[in-house]
Ligand binder design. Structure first.
Ligand SMILES: [Fe+2]
Length: 212
């Protein structure tokens, strides 16, 4: 059998591991990327090694078509696949704080949907401080080309909801606790200074261009 997607490989960070400081400290990012995300990849590879039929599908295909996964490994496969998928989006939409001003079509759509960038940030802060233990806050574009910002638990993804992820923020304790302790809101407020809006706009344009 031709194995196309096995083993799944760790994606390197597109920036230096210390370069998100002071917003995200080196220790947090080392644990998050080199241990937690790596662990998802190792566990996922182990599943595929024992179920080689699944190796012909990409992670997105497995999440989008979960009926392809045998029932006995269904939950753990989706858990690790979702963990890889969301973490890669998250790490990729960060960058060192230099030119991290919201811009482009994403900015226009934020103003249209939320009236101001501050309103948008407040919606994210509200989701982050909700009693529901979200791992993720994700701003998406829906099938009507409207922005929608949602919270997701565990390693759930936006794929089954037919929402395309544009801006992904990891708000699990492992993403902030070493530096911010129980002050999750301070972490969320700070993270806007290290969002790579070029990447967010690229994702947005790729969806809009596909629909044309
Ligand atoms: Fe995480």
């Amino acid at each position: 059998m031709c194995i196309l997607n096995y083993p799944y490989i760790v994606k390197s960070l597109p920036y230096d591991i210390v370069s998100l400081e002071p917003v995200i400290d080196k220790t947090t990012l080392v644990i998050h990327h080199d241990k937690i995300y790596l662990n998802y990849i190792e566990k996922f590879n182990l599943i595929i090694k024992e179920n080689k039929d699944l190796s012909k599908y990409s992670i997105e295909e497995l999440i989008f078509n979960p009926y392809l996964i045998p029932p006995t490994i269904y939950n753990k496969t989706l858990y690790y696949a979702g963990g890889i998928y969301n973490h890669e989006l998250f790490f990729d939409n960060l960058s060192p704080a230099k030119h991290n001003t919201i811009k482009g079509l994403f900015n226009e759509m934020i103003l249209e949907e939320y009236k101001s960038f501050d309103n948008y940030k407040n919606i994210i802060l509200k989701l982050a401080s909700s009693p529901i233990n979200y791992h993720w806050i994700i701003t998406t574009i829906n099938c009507k080309n409207k922005l929608q910002t949602i919270g997701l638990k565990d390693n759930d993804t936006t794929i089954p909801l037919d929402l395309y992820p544009l801006l992904v923020i990891d708000i699990a304790e492992h993403a902030y606790f070493i530096k911010y302790h129980n002050h999750k809101e301070d972490y969320v407020k700070s993270i806007f200074s290290i969002i790579n809006y070029d990447v967010v706009n690229e994702r947005l344009l790729s969806v809009i261009n596909k629909k044309r």
